[in-house]
Design a protein. Structure first.
Length: 197
């Protein structure tokens, strides 16, 4: 099964895999994504207001990550990450600064922080086409709920997970949980530039 990693790095790996059951790459997508209607308009920003952003569509999927890296990097028990295409995170003000942060497995992730108050507004795990927007930076964080709980093997014992939300000790099969529309969007951004079929 491979090395089990702490943190959401498996997304970067799974996102790249676009193979069908027979191991052949699926047709590259020439999807013309129609403008999507968001269920709820979402804007957010840092604590001081210097960085502001708008999500131009609903996220692909929302993680509640309980890994030790997320606990350490947020100073909290877990992090809520809204996974969304980078080009669907519209900066309204400011310029979050990328900070490379070491991870337990020796790799690094990039956290984008407000240069003034240093609040982390989103992260990048290897793939520049995909952002992990920190749910707590939304103007209305109560407007999102996790689609999945991951890395529950390091969940703090006093946290009780809802039975109605899938939970995994490490990671999960994206193809089994993500809505078809989200998988199509993801595959569209991962298709090599200039591919026709």
């Amino acid at each position: 099964m491979g090395v089990q990693r702490e943190g959401p790095d498996p997304v970067a790996d799974a996102v790249i895999e676009r193979a069908t059951d027979d191991g052949v790459l699926s047709r590259p997508h020439r999807l013309v994504l129609e403008e999507e209607i968001m269920s709820v308009p979402r804007e957010g920003g840092c604590a001081c207001g210097a960085v502001r952003y708008r999500l131009t569509s609903d996220p692909l999927f929302t993680h509640c990550c309980h890994c030790l890296n997320c606990q350490r990097q947020t100073g909290s028990a877990f992090v809520i990450n809204l996974l969304i295409e980078t080009d669907r995170v519209e900066l309204l003000a400011g310029d979050p600064q990328p900070v490379d942060v070491p991870r337990d497995d020796g790799s690094k992730q990039t956290i984008f922080r407000c240069p003034t108050c240093q609040v982390a507004v989103f992260s990048q795990y290897g793939r520049p086409e995909l952002r992990f927007v920190r749910g707590g930076t939304l103007d209305d964080p109560s407007g999102v709920t996790p689609d999945v709980h991951i890395f529950t093997r390091s969940k703090l014992p006093w946290i009780t997970l809802p039975e109605s939300v899938p939970a995994f000790e490490v990671y999960y099969d994206m193809k089994a949980l993500w809505p078809a529309a989200s998988l199509e969007r993801l595959e569209a951004i991962m298709a090599p530039a200039g591919s026709d079929d």
